[in-house]
Design a protein around this ligand. Structure first.
Ligand SMILES: [Zn+2]
Length: 199
């Protein structure tokens, strides 16, 4: 997903998992409020279409996704449960039972219904598509991401001033940065400067 930082930088970030994409890239409470992208209901499918759910690839226009104020409240509730759980995971801790209750309750809802489009013979979802279905998809991903073995691979970017959390899907499990374009590169520049100053 392409992120636009308030400082002006545009960079690519792969959260590694659907549920972490929601908690890391759509804003949130506290210091994450300055990154908020979900201001009104229509913002939610528009944001989701940019990411791993791949609505465009399924031929689904975000404008056709039925989204109410209650859906927006629901996805934000899930987002906070995921954020707190992700932070705990980076410290080697399991999710709090209250957050698990939120995740499990939403995961039990009606998710997207896959189908083959009879006109194009490509994979799509049965219409009408609702925002609640999207939220169920995020919660169901969390069931895979916040359990063993994936939970041990949830990491925060190693840069001091960056709180982007991702699932490390690299084979050796040594991904350190949110993005080479952003924090990886700044670290390389810093390392170079240190070497130059010492020589
Ligand atoms: Zn970073």
């Amino acid at each position: 997903m392409v992120l636009h930082h308030p400082d002006g930088q545009v960079f690519t970030f792969d959260a590694g998992a659907l549920s972490l994409e929601l908690s890391s890239t759509s804003g949130g409470e506290g210091f994450r409020a300055r990154f908020e992208l979900l201001h009104e209901p229509a913002d939610y499918p528009r944001w989701a279409a940019r990411g791993r759910l791949d609505l465009p690839g399924r031929g689904i226009d975000p404008a056709e996704v039925i989204t109410t104020a209650a859906d927006l409240a629901e996805v934000k509730l899930l987002r906070e449960a995921l954020w707190v759980s992700a932070l705990r995971a980076t410290e080697g801790r399991r999710p709090d039972p209250a957050d698990l209750a939120v995740i499990n309750e939403i995961a039990a809802g009606n998710g997207p219904v896959p189908m083959i489009d009879p006109h194009t013979n490509t994979a799509t979802w049965r219409r009408p598509v609702t925002a609640h279905q999207l939220t169920v998809a995020y919660a169901r991903d969390a069931v895979d991401t916040f359990t063993e073995p994936a939970i041990g691979r949830i990491r925060m970017c190693a840069a001091d001033n960056c709180a982007l959390i991702y699932l490390d899907t690299s084979r050796p499990g040594n991904r350190r940065w949110c993005s080479m374009q952003r924090c990886g590169n700044r670290s390389k520049v810093r390392g170079h400067r240190n070497r130059v100053e010492k020589s």
